[in-house]
Design a binder for this molecule. Structure first.
Ligand code: ZN
Length: 228
């Protein structure tokens, strides 16, 4: 009996340790020492690809909160932007450079001068309108492009600094920019567009670029004909 009680209390003790551990692990969004070292370790942060098992395991994790005004995020922002520009993308999420934190960059194609902007802990609070099929590619999916159905009208919330205080900003986003937000926020939950893509194989990247080029030429020719 005593032995049994010891075992039971030992189990309870271990269980309470586990929950304490969980509590101390509770993330306030500050970067860990290991994350800081990783961010600082390379001059450039490479983009993780889903055709590598190691990379894919990072891409498939639900990312943790990001604390906007805490140490190291300025460097992460800068390096994510460098990777995005180099790869000529319109958006990138922190897990794509190997950091499982809820931070994304989206090119605001809906704004004047199309600026790249950072979003901390972005959440989609509402999706509306019909689902429209459109081509999508991803810096982390080298095998090609695919058609994905998404809504074109969303409401989002994210953290922003205002006079040193973090406040929640609400915004409505429409059109292709809304698609970029959905794609990037999916990354924070370990989801890739290939999980959602419509039927059919991916179109290899070269083939896709060729198709887009032909489409643009056809559009230009049609516009020229119109103006004659
Ligand atoms: Zn992507």
């Amino acid at each position: 009996m005593i032995k049994r009680m010891v075992i039971v209390s030992l189990v309870l003790f271990l269980a309470s340790c586990a929950s304490t551990q969980k509590k101390t692990d509770h993330d306030d969004g500050t970067l860990t020492k290991a994350e800081m070292e990783f961010i600082n370790s390379a001059e450039k942060m490479r983009v993780f690809k889903n055709n590598s098992a190691d990379d894919n395991s990072v891409l498939r994790v639900v990312s943790k909160k990001a604390l906007i005004n805490s140490s190291g995020y300025d460097i992460l922002e800068k390096k994510m932007m460098e990777s995005l520009i180099e790869e000529k993308g319109v958006g990138i999420a922190a897990p794509q450079v190997g950091v499982n934190r809820r931070l994304i960059i989206v090119q605001r194609l809906d704004k004047e001068n199309k600026p790249f902007e950072y979003y901390y802990n972005p959440v989609i609070t509402e999706r509306s309108g019909e689902m429209i099929e459109g081509w999508e590619g991803c810096l982390s999916v080298p095998s090609g492009f695919g058609k994905v159905k998404r809504v074109q009208d969303i409401k989002i919330e994210y953290d922003k600094l205002n006079d040193g205080k973090i406040e929640t900003v609400k915004e409505q986003i429409t059109g292709f920019t809304a698609v970029i937000f959905q794609h990037e926020i999916d990354h924070l939950d370990g989801i890739l567009f290939i999980d959602k893509k419509c039927d059919g194989d991916l179109m290899p990247k070269e083939e896709y670029y060729e198709m887009r080029k032909k489409q643009k030429e056809a559009e230009a020719a049609a516009n020229a004909a119109k103006s004659e």
